[in-house]
Design a protein around this ligand. Structure first.
Ligand SMILES: N[C@H](CCC[C@H](N)C(=O)O)C(=O)O
Length: 269
């Protein structure tokens, strides 16, 4: 079965997008996610994105990490899907309904409101999530925020010096995080700008993480470190994050269509 796809990225965080709104796709099993995301034998991507019809919004977006796990939110893919859809829309995800709006060579996404309670992250037990009483190898007192998906955020003087390839998986799989966690290491440059690197749950280090930028900006705002609109610069580029007067997170940034093609679904079903 030949299936069309669109290869896209948001600041280098890349996706394969399958559009199941007008065509019936076979079930999305971990085998097809692994095959497509493999950069040596497949097309390669950090996440597989599947668009489907919805009875609650204009359409639905399903998000699969490269490890095959289906997750609740993907900021960079939300902008890519907004660009692909080509018009303002409400989009249903398993983390909630978001508002997407194509803007210039990218999009503006209303990611909804963040959550901070320990059991909303979720954590395995109760604790303050603004400055958590935990640490790993010199990184301590992180914040935790759920922006549809779970994030832990460490603030450090030089995020580029953190051995994220070692610490990331340790923290992602720590028993404190029953649904695992996206790991953010951030340096606040000034009240208007943050530098950020991310080890993503189920995908590893990516060039950018939209929900990570949202979670990190909100954590820095809660700590009084930055203004309520801030630029977050990741290895792949910069996003603007605002925590607006309604308590919603507004993310604005670029999105890119790389190429289109078809692949043989074959025996992955
Ligand atoms: N790894 C994330 C999903 C993708 C998020 C990221 N690519 C973004 O742009 O927000 C998770 O497991 O929650």
């Amino acid at each position: 079965m030949r299936v069309p796809f669109t290869k896209m990225h948001g600041l280098g965080n890349d996706f394969i997008v399958l559009d199941g709104r007008n065509a019936t796709l076979p079930p999305i099993g971990s085998a097809v996610v692994a095959a497509l995301s493999d950069r040596h034998t497949g097309i390669g991507c950090d996440q597989l994105i599947v668009l489907e019809t919805s009875t609650r919004a204009d359409f639905a977006m399903r998000i699969f990490n490269a490890d095959g796990g289906e997750v609740e939110a993907c900021g960079n893919a939300s902008r890519a899907v907004a660009l692909l859809h080509g018009a303002e829309a409400m989009v249903e995800t398993s983390g909630g309904i978001i508002h997407v709006e194509p803007v210039g060579h990218g999009a503006r996404i209303d990611m909804g409101t963040p959550h901070f309670e320990w059991d909303q992250i979720p954590l395995a037990y109760a604790m303050d999530t603004l400055a958590m009483p935990v640490g790993w190898d010199g990184l301590d007192q992180p914040s935790a925020v759920n922006v549809g998906n779970p994030h832990v955020i460490f603030f450090t003087d030089n995020c580029d010096a953190v051995p994220l390839e070692n610490l990331g998986p340790q923290i992602e799989h720590d028993a404190l995080f029953p649904e695992r966690i996206n790991v953010n290491v951030a340096t606040v440059n000034d009240r208007n700008s943050i530098r950020l690197r991310v080890w993503e749950r189920g995908a590893g280090i990516t060039r950018a993480c939209g929900t990570g930028a949202c979670a990190t900006a909100i954590a820095a705002m809660r700590r009084g470190m930055v203004e309520r609109e801030v630029e977050v610069t990741l290895p792949g580029g910069t996003l603007t994050i605002e925590w607006d007067e309604h308590g919603h997170i507004i993310m604005t940034g670029p999105a890119t269509e790389s190429f289109r093609g078809t692949f043989d679904w074959g025996d992955y079903a």
